[in-house]
Design a protein around this ligand. Structure first.
Ligand SMILES: Nc1ncnc2c1ncn2[C@@H]1O[C@H](COP(=O)(O)OP(=O)(O)OP(=O)(O)O)[C@@H](O)[C@H]1O
Ligand SMILES: [Mg+2]
Length: 238
């Protein structure tokens, strides 16, 4: 399997606080990989670093065969990396439609292809179509999450980084969003998913990493981890 992402001995610090203490992880093309862990374990820090928002203090990241450090800022998006941040990060004062257009800013394949993709997002989430000209900040949490994912997909990413997509949402909306995430992966996008809801993440993904205090404490097939006593006790409330 071709690796789309390889992380070696990654360390990230906030000033004197070492949040990530040397982690290794790999994501193969087409895989769904989960990163689970308790509050403060370092999940968001890891995703932000992968998205180029934080600079590692040590280690290497290889994305799609290239040294991540050599790709600057917005070029990471153009290279195929998209982050849907914790708290969604949509533009509240822009309409749904404008948010989707913004998601395509790095593309150079023309207006028609972009509009066709916006229509595909509307077909996936009819709720967004109904609300195309509503200000994004006035939408419900679930609608905003649908928009955040759709906006990220508008950049035609190879690797989608999702930070807590289920946060604060009703179970039925979570189900809908996870169904869509699975379809997106079937359509050829690779997924690295961060979730507090460890059960859902492990049920959704192929493989998983458990992060604890800035280190990877366990890794393996998601199904196997669902049956792991340590995981059950610490993360599944069993
Ligand atoms: N801007 C910051 N400045 C200083 N420390 C930070 C900053 N952001 C995060 N940290 C610290 O880094 C550690 C990892 O935080 P991070 O946000 O990555 O955790 P997380 O696993 O995403 O947690 P959660 O499940 O609560 O979202 C925590 O100890 C946190 O307090
Ligand atoms: Mg977080």
């Amino acid at each position: 399997m071709k690796q789309i992402l390889e992380v070696n001995d990654l360390k990230v610090a906030y000033g004197a606080i070492q949040a990530i203490k040397g982690i290794d992880l790999k994501v193969g093309e087409g895989e769904m990989v989960a990163l689970i862990g308790a509050n403060g374990a370092g999940k968001t820090t890891t995703l932000k670093t992968l998205a180029g928002l934080l600079k590692p203090s040590a280690g290497q990241i290889t994305f799609d065969g290239k040294a991540h450090a050599a790709i600057k800022g917005h070029d990471l998006i153009r290279a195929g990396l998209a982050l849907v941040p914790e708290g969604r990060g949509i533009f509240p004062k822009l309409t749904v439609h404008e948010n989707l257009e913004m998601g395509a800013f790095s593309r150079r394949d023309g207006k028609e292809a972009i509009l066709a993709d916006i229509e595909r997002m509307y077909a996936t989430f009819p709720r967004l179509k109904e609300r195309a000209y509503q200000l994004a900040g006035t939408m419900s949490g679930g609608e905003q999450q649908m928009l955040a994912i759709s906006r990220a997909l508008m950049g035609r990413p190879k690797l989608l980084l999702l930070d807590e997509p289920s946060m604060g949402l009703a179970p039925i909306i979570v189900q809908k969003i996870f169904e869509t995430i699975r379809e997106v992966v079937k359509g050829g996008v690779t997924l690295l998913l961060v979730e507090q809801n460890a059960r859902l993440a492990l049920q959704t993904c192929d493989r998983a990493y458990v992060i604890d205090g800035g280190r990877i404490s366990l890794e393996g097939c998601a199904k196997t981890l669902l049956d792991d006593d340590q995981v059950k006790k610490a993360y599944l409330g069993e």
